[in-house]
Ligand binder design. Structure first.
Ligand SMILES: Cc1cc2nc3c(=O)[nH]c(=O)nc-3n(C[C@H](O)[C@H](O)[C@H](O)COP(=O)(O)OP(=O)(O)OC[C@H]3O[C@@H](n4cnc5c(N)ncnc54)[C@H](O)[C@@H]3O)c2cc1C
Length: 342
C-alpha cells in the first residue's frame, strides 16, 4: 500500500483561494497521481474525514476553517490524443492551469477554447460548473471526463452527455458531488474552425481592432483585453469572479418585470425562459461600489464581490445575503451564489 504523501496538518489556505480569505484546513495533501488518491482512501483516519477537492481556489468562499482534508490537485500534463475528420482530441490533467492550457492549444494550432481565455482555475474544476464566457461553454468542447470514485476506489470515464452539462451545472454538482475527483479531461476541438462572435461585446472589440477575419489568437487577445478592463485581478483584490448566477425566469415573469422596468437586461433561452443579468439587478438596488466591513461590491462590476483587505468569509457571506434580500424584495427574483461556500 502507498503511504499518504506530503500530509500536512493545520494548513493555511489563504494563498490557495482567490478571495484571499484566511482560513485553515485540519489536514492537507497534494495529489500528484491516482495512487495518491488511493492511499488517502486506504488510510483509516483520512478516509473518514470530510473532503474538499481544491484546484485554483477561484470559485470558493471559505467562511470558516475547514475541519477536514483538502485534496489539492496539482498533477499537470497535456497530450494530443488523436484526430479524426471533425475533431482534434487533447487530454489535460486536472492540475493544469486553465488559461495556460487554452494558450497551449492555440499555440499548437488547435483552436476552439479561445473565448474561455483568462478564466482562472484548473482544468480539473472546469467541468464542475461547466465554465462559460463570451458566448462559449466548456460543454461544447468536452469529449470525456475521467474521475476517481472515492466510494469505490475505481477510476471511471463519462462522455459529455453523461456529464449532464447545463448553465453553471453538471452531474459533478449532484450525484457525483463529494464522490468524484476529476483526474483529467479529454477535449474535442474542431478541425474546421469558425470564430464565435455571438457575444456582442466581443464582436465589437474585434471590429474596433479592424479585424474582419480574426485568427483564434486574435479572438483570445480580444477576450483577454475585455476581461482585463472589466474584471478585478485577484492578485490585486481578492474575488471569485461573478458571485451570483444569472437567474432564469419564465417569459411571463420577465414580461411583468419589463413592464415595470423597461431597461431590464434579459436574454432569451432556447426553452422559452429568460436569463436576467444579475449584475443589472444588483446595480439597480444601489449596491455597486458599496461595502459592509471589509467586504465590498466591485466599482465596475456589481456581480463581483471583493475582499477589500482582511475580510472574513462570514463578512462576504453577510454582504451576499443582504444583496439577495434586496433583489428579492425589489424584483421578486432569487439570486443564487456561483462559488462553493464552505
Ligand atoms: C476573476 C475571476 C473571473 C472568473 N470568470 C469566470 C468566467 O468567466 N466563467 C466561469 O465559468 N467561471 C469564472 N470564474 C470562476 C472560476 O474561475 C471557475 O469556476 C473555475 O473553473 C474554478 O476553478 P478552480 O480550479 O479554481 O476551482 P476551485 O475553486 O478550486 O474549486 C471549485 C469547486 O470545484 C471542485 N473541484 C475543483 N477541482 C476538482 C477536481 N479535480 N475534481 C472534483 N472537484 C473539483 C471544488 O471542490 C469546488 O467545489 C472566475 C473566477 C475569478 C476569480
Amino acid at each position: 500500500m502507498n503511504a499518504v504523501p506530503d500530509l500536512k496538518l493545520d494548513f493555511p489556505l489563504r494563498d490557495l483561494n482567490t478571495f484571499g480569505i484566511a482560513a485553515r484546513a485540519k489536514a492537507y495533501v497534494r495529489i500528484r497521481s491516482v495512487e495518491d488518491l488511493k492511499a488517502v482512501r486506504a488510510d483509516p483516519t483520512l478516509s473518514g474525514m470530510p473532503r474538499l477537492v481544491l484546484g485554483g481556489g477561484s470559485n470558493l468562499l471559505l467562511t470558516r476553517d475547514f475541519d477536514g482534508l483538502v485534496l489539492h490537485m496539482t498533477r499537470t500534463g497535456i497530450t494530443i490524443a488523436g484526430e479524426d475528420e471533425t475533431y482534434r482530441y487533447v487530454t489535460a490533467l486536472a492540475g493544469e492551469n486553465w488559461h495556460s492550457f487554452v494558450q497551449w492549444t492555440l499555440a499548437q494550432g488547435c483552436p476552439g477554447l479561445e473565448n474561455l481565455s483568462l478564466i482562472p482555475g484548473t482544468v480539473g474544476a472546469s467541468p464542475i460548473q461547466n465554465i462559460g464566457a463570451y458566448g462559449s461553454e466548456l460543454a461544447d468542447y468536452v469529449d470525456a471526463v475521467t474521475a476517481f470514485d472515492f466510494s469505490t476506489g475505481d477510476t471511471f470515464t463519462l462522455d459529455a452527455s453523461a456529464c449532464r452539462f447545463a448553465y453553471r451545472d453538471s452531474v459533478f454538482k449532484h450525484e457525483l458531488r463529494d464522490r468524484a475527483v476529476i483526474c483529467s479531461v479529454r477535449f474535442r476541438l474542431p478541425t474546421q474552425w469558425q470564430p464565435n462572435l455571438r457575444y456582442a461585446e466581443l464582436a465589437a472589440e474585434i471590429s474596433a481592432q479592424g479585424l474582419s477575419e480574426p485568427t483564434p489568437q486574435q479572438v483570445s487577445e480580444a477576450v483577454i483585453a475585455i476581461r482585463r478592463r472589466k474584471l478585478p485581478d485577484p492578485a490585486q483584490i481578492g474575488n471569485a469572479g461573478s458571485f451570483f448566477k444569472n437567474p432564469v425566469v419564465s417569459a411571463a415573469q420577465r414580461d411583468a418585470l419589463l413592464s415595470r422596468y423597461p431597461a431590464l437586461v434579459s436574454y432569451p433561452q432556447s426553452d422559452g425562459n429568460y436569463k436576467l443579468a444579475a449584475g443589472w439587478l444588483i446595480d439597480q438596488c444601489g449596491w455597486k461600489g458599496r461595502s459592509m466591513g471589509q467586504a465590498g461590491v466591485h466599482e465596475k462590476q456589481a456581480l463581483v464581490l471583493v475582499n477589500r483587505g482582511g475580510a472574513t468569509g462570514a463578512e462576504v457571506l453577510a454582504l451576499a445575503r443582504r444583496i439577495v434580500d434586496d433583489v428579492q424584495q425589489r424584483f421578486g427574483v432569487t439570486l443564487e451564489p456561483e462559488p462553493v461556500v464552505i
